[in-house]
Design a protein around this ligand. Structure first.
Ligand code: AP5
Length: 216
C-alpha cells in the first residue's frame, strides 16, 4: 500500500509516518529529511537547497522528483511507501503518479491532516528531534523525558531545525496554501482523499489513520 500524508508544516506528518513504519512495515519517504541529509553531507545539491529551505521556500520540482525516483527504483518495502512532504505541487503529483505506474504501483490513499494554523506555531516553535533515531518531541506538547534521554533509543542529543522559526514558518505556510493545498482538490477528484483531525492527540490521530487504511 502506498500512501501520501498531506498537511501544512507541523501537521504531524513525520510523527505519524514514523508510527506507520513501526506498525505496518512501511517505508517513510520524507523529501524534507532527504534534503536535510544532502545538506549536512555537503553535496553540491545540498549546498544549492540550503538557503531555499531556510527561507521556507520550496525546492525545485526537478530535484525532489529525482530524489523520489531514485528511491522508487531501488527500494521495495514489503508494506509500501509513506510519502511524507511529497508531492507538494501539481507537477510533483503528476510525476508521482507516472513513476508509480512505471513500477506497476499506485497511490492507494491520501490522508489530509487537518489542523488549525494557530496550533502550528506552538508545534513548530517547540519541536526537537532526537539526533540518534529521529523521534519527534515538543517542549510543551510532547516533552523530552525528564532524564534527558530519548524514549525510543536512549540518545541524549536533540536537534532543532534551522527553518523552525516564525519568519520561516510564515513563508512555509504561504507556500503550502499557494502551491500544495490545490492537491486536496486534485486527490479528491481522483477519489483518493481521506481526512483526519490532526489536532487530536497523537494516539487518536494514529487511530483515525489506521481506520482509513484498514478500509482501503
Ligand atoms: P519538511 O521537512 O517536509 O517540513 P514540513 O512539511 O514543513 O513539515 P514538518 O516536518 O515541519 O512538519 P510535520 O507535519 O512532519 O510535523 P511533525 O510530525 O514534525 O520540509 C522542509 C523543507 O524542505 C520545505 O520547507 C522545503 O524547502 C523543502 N521540501 C521538502 N519537501 C519538498 C518538496 N516535495 N518540494 C519542494 N521542497 C520541499 O510535528 C510537528 C510538531 O508537533 C512536533 O513537535 C510534534 O511532536 C508535534 N505534534 C505532532 N502531532 C501532534 C499532535 N497530534 N498533538 C500534539 N503535538 C503534535
Amino acid at each position: 500500500m502506498n500512501i501520501i500524508l498531506l498537511g501544512p508544516p507541523g501537521a504531524g506528518k513525520g510523527t505519524q509516518a514514523r508510527r506507520l513504519v513501526e506498525a505496518r512495515g512501511m517505508q517513510q519517504l520524507s523529501t524534507g529529511d532527504m534534503l536535510r541529509e544532502a545538506r549536512s553531507s555537503g553535496t553540491e545539491m545540498g549546498k544549492r537547497v540550503a538557503d531555499v529551505m531556510d527561507r521556507g521556500e520550496l525546492v525545485t520540482d526537478e530535484i525532489v522528483i529525482g530524489l523520489i525516483e531514485e528511491k522508487l527504483t531501488h527500494d521495495h518495502p514489503p508494506g509500501g511507501f509513506i510519502f511524507d512532504g511529497f508531492p507538494r505541487t501539481l507537477p510533483q503529483a503528476d510525476a508521482l503518479g507516472e513513476l508509480l505506474t512505471k513500477h506497476g504501483q499506485q497511490v492507494d490513499a491520501v490522508i489530509e491532516m487537518q489542523v488549525d494554523d494557530e496550533a502550528l506555531v506552538t508545534r513548530i516553535a517547540g519541536r526537537a528531534t532526537c539526533a540518534g533515531c529521529g523521534e519527534v518531541y515538543n517542549d510543551t506538547l510532547r516533552p523530552i523525558p525528564a532524564d534527558g534521554a530519548c524514549g525510543k533509543c536512549g540518545g541524549t542529543e536533540f536537534k532543532r531545525r534551522a527553518d523552525d522559526n516564525e519568519e520561516s514558518l510564515r513563508q512555509r505556510l504561504m507556500e503550502y496554501y499557494k502551491k500544495t493545498s490545490p492537491l486536496v482538490g486534485y486527490y479528491y477528484a481522483k477519489g483518493q482523499l481521506h481526512r483526519v483531525d490532526g489536532l487530536a492527540e497523537i494516539d487518536a490521530v494514529s487511530g483515525a489513520i489506521a481506520k482509513v487504511l484498514d478500509k482501503v
